[in-house]
Structures are given as C-alpha cells and as structure tokens.
Design a protein around this ligand. Sequence first.
Ligand code: NAG
Ligand code: NAG
Ligand code: NAG
Ligand code: NAG
Length: 321
Amino acid sequence: PNLAFRISFLLYFLFFTGLVELITVTTPQKYVNVTKGGNVLLQCMFVSTEEETSSLTIQWEFDSSSAPAVGPEQCGVASSKCCMRFSDTFQICYYQSGKVAITSSYEGRLQPPFSPEISKNASITLSNMQQSDAGVYSCDIHNFPDVEGRSQANIIVNVFEKPSVPFCSVHGNVETGHPVTLTCHSEHGSPKPAYTWTRADAAQATKTLMLPQVCNSVSPATPTGVLKFSNVSQFEFGEYQCNASNVLGFEACTVELNPELGAGVIAGAVIGAILGCVLIALVVWFIVHTVKKQKYKAVNVAEFLGSQSGVRVLPGVRKLS
Ligand SMILES: *[C@@H]1O[C@H](CO)[C@@H](O)[C@H](O)[C@H]1NC(C)=O
Ligand SMILES: *[C@@H]1O[C@H](CO)[C@@H](O)[C@H](O)[C@H]1NC(C)=O
Ligand SMILES: *[C@@H]1O[C@H](CO)[C@@H](O)[C@H](O)[C@H]1NC(C)=O
Ligand SMILES: *[C@@H]1O[C@H](CO)[C@@H](O)[C@H](O)[C@H]1NC(C)=O
C-alpha cells in the first residue's frame, strides 16, 4: 500500500507540476546598466522537456514606455517628451527554424541568438546603446508542443550617460538686499545629475558659501541645481562653481555673482537720460526755429497784401490762404 501511495503521489506530482511546466525561460540578470554608446548582452536561457526543437521560436520584444525615467531628456525641463507613458511594445528580433528576422531599425547592431536549439541560449547583443534603448526587453520562447510553462522573461535596461557640461546663470537684480538665484543645468546625463555649488574665487580664502542654511564650503546636492540668496550681501559677491555629477562622472561651470550687472543697468540709465536731454533740446530748438520762420513769413505776407489792396494786416497776424 505504501508503494502504491508513493506511485500515485508521484503521478499526481508529475501531472500537476512536471507535465504542466514544460518550458522554462530565464534571464540570469533582471537589471542591466549600460553606458551610452556601449554594448549590452541580453541573456536569456531556456529549458524544455520536449527533446525535439525543430519548431523552436524565439521572440525578443522591447517596451520603451516602461523605461525608468532617469535622464533629463526623458523627464526634464528641456523636453516634454517625458511623462507621456504609452505602451510601445514592438518586436526587435524573431527566430524560427534556424532563420532570423531583425527589425530594420536594429539591423547592424543586433546580434541574434546563435544555434539556440543546441545551446539553449537565446541571448542577443545590442550595440551602440542610446537613451531611447532604455526600457524592458522580453524574451519569449516556444517549443511546440511545449506551449505551457514560463515562456517569457524580462530584462530591464538602464542607459547611463555622463552629465554634459552644465549651464550656469544668475537670475535677479544683483544688488545688496535683493533676492538672487543661481541656476545650473546639464542638458544630458543619466541618471539625472545632482548639482552642488561651491565658492570658486581664490580671494575668498575660506571658500565658504555665505548662506544662513549652509555653514559648509559645498552646498547640499540638489536635483534642481538652484542656489537661492534671499537677501544677497556684498560678502556673497564672487565667483561660484556648479558641479553636475552622477555615477559616471561630473562636469562643472562657473558664474560671477557681483553687482557689475547692476552697474551696467545704472550706466544704461545714465546714457538713456543723456539721450533724453539731447532729444528734448532738439525738440525745443526745432519749435523755436519754426516759430521764428513763421513770424518772418507772416510779416512778409502782410507787407505783400498791404501793397496790393491797401488792406492793413497787423504784423505777426497770420493770414494764410
Ligand atoms: C544599476 O544602476 C543602479 C542605479 O545606479 C544601481 O542601483 C544598480 O545596482 C545597478 N545595477 C547593476 C547590475 O549594476
Ligand atoms: C549565451 O550566448 C552568449 C553569446 O551569444 C554568450 O556571451 C553567453 O555567455 C552565453 N550564455 C551562457 C550561459 O552560455
Ligand atoms: C537684508 O539684510 C540687511 C543686512 O543684513 C538687512 O538690514 C535688511 O533688512 C535685509 N532685508 C531683507 C528684505 O531681509
Ligand atoms: C564634483 O563632484 C564629484 C562627486 O561628488 C567629485 O568627485 C568631484 O571632485 C567634484 N568636482 C569638482 C570640480 O568639484
């Protein structure tokens, strides 16, 4: 009875587990990080209980909509391409009976599986990876009649890029007591760079950021790159450096925070005032000149009319036909 029980248990086990789960597809790496321009091996292996592999099919698909938003290109100020999340799954490679079909846009940079019937290895290699290649890749394998089981496995690919040289700029009226903001932004970089600010001028020996909230030489790293002075003082005037960094590296830019801009505005105002005075002088001169001319004309007309008809016209009275 014991043996019979064991056999029946084994049969049940085979029926519910062994027989049902006929094909198993696995991806040893669930997450892969690649640098922009680099190559990536998307590993996918399978095990099939069916010995015959003549009807083996392998399909690789890519879904960019599930890309983790790591780059400013994808979710930054510069672009609105971001945040529009739509399902965008398409086939990039199809293998069947020793034949391979590669989607035209991937031709030349996709290395298809090599004799997967023997190696049970459906891995592909993608070269020259770009930000647009970040997303989920799925490996779908069928080996008829093995149609049940775990026939699909995914790999999430991140494409990393060093920050590009950031742009530093000053916003606001640089005058004592005014609020001033320094901004810093890298066009490219993935993961999104973190920005820190430091005093860059050698004159400031301590190189301390004169901010009430920062008693340190380096500002806390922010994802926005904004450094605010709510009430700028002369001690804060100087040169500032922004450092944009991520796991791949860093780039920096510097900016001058001083009232030269304010001086420029004052100079502009002075020049404007001078020009205004000149304009007023011109207008006054023109009016005076015109009035003089008209007086002269009127006198002439009066003299002429007087001589012609004897009608007396007082000098200075305009009588124009
Ligand atoms: C990929 O990068 C992310 C973010 O920097 C990190 O958390 C993860 O450990 C990396 N994975 C691999 C496999 O390098
Ligand atoms: C699968 O094939 C790729 C090349 O196509 C190779 O780099 C990789 O090491 C293979 N994986 C295994 C587990 O054999
Ligand atoms: C700015 O700072 C100066 C000197 O520290 C102070 O006298 C003034 O009241 C401040 N202005 C504002 C708007 O906080
Ligand atoms: C920028 O920040 C990175 C990471 O914190 C650091 O390694 C690097 O030395 C900094 N570069 C400059 C110029 O401050």
